[in-house]
Design a protein around this ligand. Structure first.
Ligand code: AMP
Ligand code: MG
Length: 422
């Protein structure tokens, strides 16, 4: 039984991120949200594209206004008006100014903008009532970004600010990593789909739905292979099929020590390298992690296999703790793919047997900028999925610790947005 931290190291080292050349696709700007950039972006445009005004006011020659004041204003002749988008027609000469609006191109000859609030208009003239700083309120060409230098690096997630940058740079098509493909299957003779009538003793395959949702939320594509019976031949067939299309296979059930737990022996018969068989994690001790190595001969890419325990809470906790970060690393993202732990104050006493790293589900609240952990009411049995609803955090009780008192600071694995208490 491996400690959680060792299992984590083994798993994350097994993950090879997608290849930026081979595993990329082109998407349009509006469909790029949440995707991961597979190639760095540069632009042929300077930002700003030209010297322009940051304010509504008057474009002037600094030397004409450097000594003016409210008592002794500089008086300048207005020779043209330049709204945003219009090309200036005149070169500003000594004693002249142009009315200018935010974003408009600076006219030649002028080097400074005096904001409207520090002027008084008198017909065709403007009085400058205060001396500005030299070059005030001029946004200089290329002062934000110089054409040809790196604009956005590979491996970042495209969110609204990146979309704005890319739109401004007129990048309408982008190279992003394809979504990792994750084959999902549930093993168990007792399982039925949610739409089937339930016979006595049967269990609804909830894991498939929960795992498909988590895979999609992680930005990967779930491939649903459904329920597989506890029969070695059928299971072997299903796994072999999954290997052809998926980057990762996630099964639930059948990895324990029961008479019907065949997953590990099938993996071995398919020549997988088995790296992990069990982890000192509660819930979720049985966990099989294997890898099918790449084979040039059969043009086979490496495939990672996660055999999660069947109990619903165990399956979800193992997914959150190990599979989700592995999928993120695989996706090509260059940062923040690891599990997110935050420090929170526990509102309750938390208990464990001290033998395995224990994850207790509940809610993470954000109160006055600090996190608090609210333990889910009801049974924390691995077979209970009812009180998993609304879980957004898992409090960690480390090995060797049996009791955490209410009010103590604890590590919480964040698995959803915290509830903000205002
Ligand atoms: P196993 O790991 O196969 O021994 O399963 C352990 C427990 O989890 C059993 O009670 C199963 O009925 C239950 N279980 C297994 N697979 C699923 C599933 N896909 N959805 C919900 N419960 C499951
Ligand atoms: Mg089973």
């Amino acid at each position: 039984m491996l400690p959680v931290s060792q299992a984590e190291t083994i798993i994350f080292n097994l993950v090879q991120p997608l290849d930026a050349q081979r595993d990329a696709e082109v998407v349009t700007l509006l469909t790029a949200i949440d995707r991961i950039l597979a190639a760095p972006v540069t632009s042929a445009l300077d930002f700003p594209h030209w010297d322009n005004s940051a304010m509504d006011g008057y474009a002037v020659r600094y030397e004409d206004v450097l000594q003016c004041s409210e008592q002794q204003p500089a008086v300048l002749e207005i020779v043209e008006e330049i709204p945003a988008g219009r090309e200036p027609q005149r070169i500003i000469q000594p004693g002249q100014a142009a009315r200018i609006l935010t974003g408009a191109v600076m006219p030649a000859g002028a080097d400074t903008v005096v904001i409207q609030e520090q002027t008084r208009r008198e017909g065709k003239r403007v009085l400058i009532l205060a001396a500005p700083e030299p070059q005030a309120f001029v946004r200089h060409r290329a002062s934000f970004y110089r054409a040809g230098t790196p604009l956005l690096p590979r491996g970042i997630t495209i969110n609204a600010p990146e979309i704005a940058v890319l739109a401004a740079a007129q990048c309408t098509h982008l190279k992003v990593y394809r979504r990792p493909r994750v084959a999902l299957m549930s093993t168990g003779n007792e399982l039925v789909t949610p739409d089937q009538p339930l016979q006595h003793g049967q269990i609804v395959d909830s894991n498939h739905y929960a795992l498909a949702a988590l895979v999609a939320q992680t930005g990967a594509e779930p491939l649903q292979l459904g329920i597989q019976p506890d029969q070695p031949a059928a299971l072997k067939n299903a796994i072999a099929m999954a290997l052809a299309t998926a980057d990762v296979v996630v099964s639930s059930g059948g990895v324990s020590v029961g008479d019907y737990d065949y997953v590990e022996q099938i993996l071995a018969s398919l020549k997988a390298e088995i790296h992990i068989s069990s982890v000192a994690l509660k819930p979720g001790k049985p966990l099989t992690v294997a890898r099918f190595p790449a084979s040039a001969a059969s043009n086979q890419k490496p495939v990672l296999y996660f055999g999660l325990p069947g109990n619903p809470a165990s399956a979800l906790v193992s997914f959150w703790r190990f599979v989700q970060p592995a999928l993120k690393k695989l996706s090509g993202i260059s940062h923040s793919w690891g599990p997110m732990f935050v420090l929170a104050r526990s509102r309750h006493e938390l208990r464990s047997d001290g033998k395995r790293e224990t994850y207790l589900w509940g809610q993470l609240h954000l109160v006055d900028g600090g996190y608090e952990f609210q333990l889910a009411a009801g049974s924390h049995s691995a077979g209970n999925l009812i009180n998993l609803a609304q879980t957004n955090g898992l409090a960690v009780v480390p090995v060797g610790q049996k009791l955490i008192s209410a009010g103590e600071q604890i590590q919480v694995l964040q698995v959803g947005s915290p509830i903000v208490i205002t």
